[in-house]
Ligand binder design. Structure first.
Ligand SMILES: Cc1ncc(COP(=O)(O)O)c(C=O)c1O
Length: 387
């Protein structure tokens, strides 16, 4: 445990209008599904929000120079990438950002290529904009996902394919894409005139000394053909405050995205969102390092538990995020069957793998961003349910 930040401390979230904790109609379900954490955010964020709350005035807000500066410096310092102030647009979340960007850069009937299994809201954002999903399934090799580049080129070369929606790092598998993989995908997109939207919401939760490569760091050619979406929301547990940023170096793409944010009416953010993002990016670094250490500890605890007590569950290496992608095919059960069993017998809620596309069959996704005592309880419940 970090001496300064107590991630072991339980936080009772029941009765707080929490989607994760207050959604069940039956009592005593342990939620290990939706991607938010059971930890308090960084003290710098709480302090900024306290100060805003104490002002007692919550009128319309305007982003400040510090809002942009903190983001630019964060990415320079932590990820060695330079973003210009004028490339940055803001909105109420990464899903609204993806939706507006798809709307801006496609027409109904166009195809958007995604790498299944993938974050489920990708599917709804594509469909809600009248576009078609074109799946480029990831390939499992030695328990790790790889990009099937041959199939990717096939999908990108379809004249109806206009956007490649990349999840980097990848949810639900946690895979951190290597520079070479991103370059190869970027080249194919340039070759076939397909724009890249890179969802990098999980970029600050890359674990164990691995390196995240921002898509916009690959060079000007690639950057001009892409937009990146980021947010401090996963990293600092701020999802309910609704803030995200789109970084679009190409002026023409950026002005279309800006227009779509306005048409979708998601171009205003709250004073709390502005303060929280600024405080996270300017004062949250030490807390984040401690959090990542704790998450690695949780992953080790879970891996040890699975080895000893649940050998039919095989967790992927946690390269990033706090979302464990677990291969349950050895049980012979389907994802939905396992989820139902864990819910009804184990009283644990996880996400069935098929939520992320057909290729998620036989997998489940489990959120391990909770105090270790809660993780232990969840795993004991799962082991009992499967007996
Ligand atoms: C890849 C990815 N993108 C976007 C989101 C949601 O972003 P927001 O809540 O900012 O809309 C999530 C949440 O889990 C996610 O995993």
């Amino acid at each position: 445990m970090s001496a300064k930040f107590d991630f072991d401390a339980p936080n009772d979230r029941r009765g707080t209008n929490s989607l994760k904790w207050d959604s069940e109609s039956v009592p005593d379900i342990l939620p290990m599904w939706v991607a938010d954490m059971d930890f308090k955010t960084a003290p710098s964020v709480t302090e900024a929000l306290r100060s805003r709350a104490e002002s007692g005035i919550f009128g319309y807000a305007k982003t400040s120079a510090a809002f942009y500066e903190s983001l630019v410096k964060w990415f320079e310092r932590r990820h060695s990438v330079s973003y210009k102030r004028e490339w940055i647009l803001y909105t109420t979340g990464v899903v609204p950002a993806l939706s507006a960007t798809i709307r801006a850069l496609s027409f109904p009937g166009d195809k958007v290529v995604v790498q299944e299994p993938v974050y489920n809201c990708f599917f709804s954002s594509i469909r809600n904009n009248g576009c078609e999903i074109s799946p480029n399934p990831l390939r499992l090799s030695g328990g790790r996902y790889e990009i099937d580049f041959e199939d990717l080129e096939k999908k990108l070369s379809d004249p109806k394919a206009k956007i490649f929606l990349l999840c980097s790092p990848h949810n639900p598998s946690g895979r951190v894409w290597a520079r070479e993989e991103l370059e190869a995908a970027g080249e194919l997109c340039l070759k076939h005139g397909v724009f890249i939207i890179s969802d990098e919401i999980h970029c600050d939760l890359v674990l164990g000394g691995r390196k995240y490569t921002p898509f916009l760091s690959l060079g000007e050619r690639f950057a001009a053909n892409s937009a990146t979406c980021v947010s401090p929301s996963k990293t600092f547990n701020l999802a309910g405050l609704q803030v995200a940023d789109i970084i679009a170096p190409d002026e023409s793409a950026r002005s279309k995205i800006d227009r779509a944010l306005n048409v979708n009416e998601v171009c205003e953010i709250s004073p709390f969102a502005i303060d929280a993002q600024t405080a996270a990016y300017s004062g949250g670094e030490e807390w984040l390092e401690a959090l990542k250490g704790y998450l690695c500890g949780n992953y080790e605890f879970l891996s040890d538990f699975l080895r000893r007590r649940l050998p039919e569950f095989s967790a992927m290496d946690l390269e990033s995020t706090y979302l464990l992608w677990i291969d349950c095919r050895a049980t012979g059960m389907k994802s939905e069957e396992i989820s139902k069993l864990l819910y009804e017998k184990g009283r644990v809620r996880i996400n069935p793998g098929t939520l992320y596309g057909k290729s998620g069959e036989g997998f489940i996704r489990m959120n391990i961003a909770c105090p270790r005592s809660s993780l232990r309880e969840g795993l004991e419940r799962i082991a009992r349910a499967l007996k």
